[in-house]
Design a protein around this ligand. Structure first.
Ligand code: DGT
Ligand code: CA
Ligand code: CA
Ligand code: ZN
Length: 589
């Protein structure tokens, strides 16, 4: 078992013990040990194999024994026993936002609540508000938290759904009776979270295609199976629907099942205005609902359908009824950015803070991918839980990066690692002095510890944008999809400040974030704010997030010219100097 997983289990043991009301010293020892493991300089396996774990500060004999068992066997008897000694409903309650082990214990002892449904009933009856230490506000928050949890549980992250859908689509594509196939629904529209996966295929032998589909590996359960339709549950719990239609119907079914519902409504109205009818079976020369093939207007592709309704082709990402119709009528849709336009990335971590891989390993990997540049922006010292760097380590890292770059150009390579920091935005100003920031190639400023006040968060972010050395704001709202809502912030006010100061905004393309959200980019663009599509990579594999990020940027109506990391290295280096060069004109704060 690897270090991260061991640390996770230790944290969980601490929480479970707290839930049982064990003494705080004991419970805290586990959380501390987990943090110690994360900061180890040597591989955990080595320490275990050489029986040197007990010599590490904060790890006593009892912890050493448990960690050894976890590393060597991948399991821990003590942990399993502990878990089964607690009612599962109490453990589930930990998922409710705002509920920790202490509160759960109080609810359990005071009201006998030991599950989420019972908690919901107690809140609705007003019994939680009456409990000492809770009150009306907490009760309302808990109700909201439980409602949010229900939504979260019924949705899936785009990246997971894509990973589950792609192999199925590949199999369908190779089936001899499948003529065309595609994803549809929210997945094809590249929504950041999806309810289910929709697949569509055309064939003259639908039943055979359906039975081939339901026998694919990775399917946990077939929930419905007919001649032309099937619904299955895939590993991870996501539902996947396949519909099989005739090839003549395919473009119409594809347009219909891609949606969105809102987009489809406008399409249907446009058809009616032209004396036609549009539904999932076709576009018909008819004044009323029909699916009579004799009345069908011939369309081979979705392009043909749009053309019959006097529209240019609308890429699926834009089909949200967010202005695509007025733009498509005038042939004024943006030419959307492509992931192959991206030349590098400007917000990434290494093993110097909480990432993985040495600087050399990262440079070799990214150069091998054909990228031109990769900024190392490890955490600053305030992010101590992420092993943030102080000024001295930053300078040591910059020196190592210079050496690596010299070696790369020495052998004729063009790739460049860029120096930098993801500097914390603190209550008053940034975690590093301007002098240090000025030495770095790239400065990303992020708010990791927000306030509960919208005005306060807005003020801190605007102040960061006004700093002449800050190139961009990182993950502007701090949301974690299906996990944590954005902190309160006046996004337009922050974007206005970015426009005024020439500060860029990140589209963080870690699939748990996709922050700033696609819905806000048209405003940012209208103000002239540039986008940086950043994987916020903590491992080399995370370079793949760039592809997802480009998809979300497309959904945001962004073009190549709006995206800073679509620039080749030389122009990028010029742009990095731009805001700094005009710093005299930036408001002093
Ligand atoms: P999801 O799965 O909740 O993330 O969102 P979608 O958009 O994939 O929705 P889904 O799977 O229920 O249906 C796929 C598409 O089928 C949807 O985007 C539009 C179309 N559709 C489904 N039901 C209706 C409907 O009642 N009216 C219209 N106009 N279109 C519908
Ligand atoms: Ca769907
Ligand atoms: Ca569906
Ligand atoms: Zn961050």
């Amino acid at each position: 078992m690897d270090k991260e997983k061991v640390a996770e289990i230790l944290v969980e043991i601490g929480v479970l013990l707290e839930l049982k009301g064990e003494n705080p010293f004991k419970t805290r020892a586990y959380a501390n040990a987990a943090r110690t493991l994360e900061g180890l300089q040597e591989p955990l396996e080595t320490l275990v194999a050489e029986k040197r774990l007990g010599a590490v500060k904060g790890i006593g004999a009892a912890l050493e024994e448990k960690i050894t068992e976890l590393v060597e066997t991948g399991a821990l008897g003590y942990y399993e026993k502990l878990k089964s000694s607690i009612p599962p409903g109490l453990i589930e309650m930990l998922q409710v936002p705002g509920l920790g082990p202490k509160k759960i214990r109080a609810l359990n002892q005071g009201l006998g609540v030991d599950s989420i449904p019972l908690l919901e009933a107690a809140c609705q009856a007003g019994r939680v508000a009456a409990l000492a230490g809770f009150g009306e506000k907490t009760q309302t928050n808990l109700l909201e938290g439980m409602a949010r949890l229900r939504t979260y549980a019924s949705k899936h992250m785009l990246s997971r759904a894509l990973a589950a859908a792609e192999p199925l689509l590949e199999e369908l594509r190779q089936h001899p009776d499948v003529i065309r196939c595609s994803t549809a629904g929210s997945l094809r529209r590249f929504k950041e979270v999806v309810g289910d996966i929709d697949l569509l295929a055309s064939s003259s032998q639908p039943a055979g295609v359906i039975s081939f589909f339901v026998s694919q590996p990775g399917i946990l359960k077939v929930t419905a199976q007919g001649e032309t339709k099937a619904s299955v549950i895939l590993a991870g719990g996501v539902q996947c629907d396949l519909r099989v239609v005739s090839d003549a119907e395919f473009p119409f079914a594809l347009a219909y099942f891609t949606g969105s519902k809102e987009h489809n409504i406008v399409m249907r109205q446009r058809a009616i205005q032209r004396g036609l009818r549009l539904n999932e079976y076709g576009l018909f020369q008819s004044q009323e609902e029909t699916r009579d093939p004799a009345l069908r207007v011939a369309c081979l592709t979705e392009e043909d359908i749009f053309a019959k309704l006097d529209l240019v082709y609308v890429p699926p990402e834009l089909r949200e009824d967010h202005g695509e119709f007025s733009a498509a009528e005038k042939n004024a849709l943006p030419r959307l950015v492509e992931w192959t336009d991206l030349r590098g990335a400007l917000h990434n971590h290494s093993e110097w803070s909480d990432g993985h891989g040495t600087l050399r390993e990262i440079a070799e990997h990214m150069e091998g991918l054909g990228l031109e540049y990769w900024a190392i922006t490890d955490h600053s010292r305030a992010s101590f839980q992420a092993n943030g760097l102080d000024a001295q380590r930053v300078r040591a890292q910059m020196a190592e990066i210079q050496q690596l770059n010299a070696a790369i150009s020495g052998r004729g390579g063009d790739f460049r690692l860029l120096t930098g920091s993801e500097v914390d935005i603190l209550k008053e100003g940034l975690d590093f002095d301007d002098d240090l920031l000025a030495e770095m190639d790239v400065v990303v400023a992020s708010l990791h510890v927000p306030s509960s006040s919208e005005a306060e968060n807005t003020r801190r972010l605007i102040r960061a944008a006004e700093n002449p050395w800050v190139h961009m704001l990182g993950h502007l709202t701090g949301r974690l999809l299906l996990e944590r809502e954005p902190y309160p912030v006046n996004i337009h006010a922050v974007l206005d400040a970015c426009a005024e100061t020439g500060t860029w905004v990140e589209l963080n393309c870690n699939p748990r974030r996709f922050d700033l959200d696609w819905r806000h980019w048209p405003y940012a663009k209208s103000r002239g704010v540039k986008c940086v599509i950043n994987p916020d990579a903590h491992r080399n594999e995370h370079a793949g997030f760039l592809r997802l990020g480009a998809g979300i940027a497309r959904k945001s109506w962004l073009e190549k010219g709006d995206v800073i990391n679509a620039l080749p290295l030389k122009s990028l280096l010029n742009q990095l100097k731009h805001k700094r060069a005009k710093k005299g004109s930036v408001k002093a704060i």
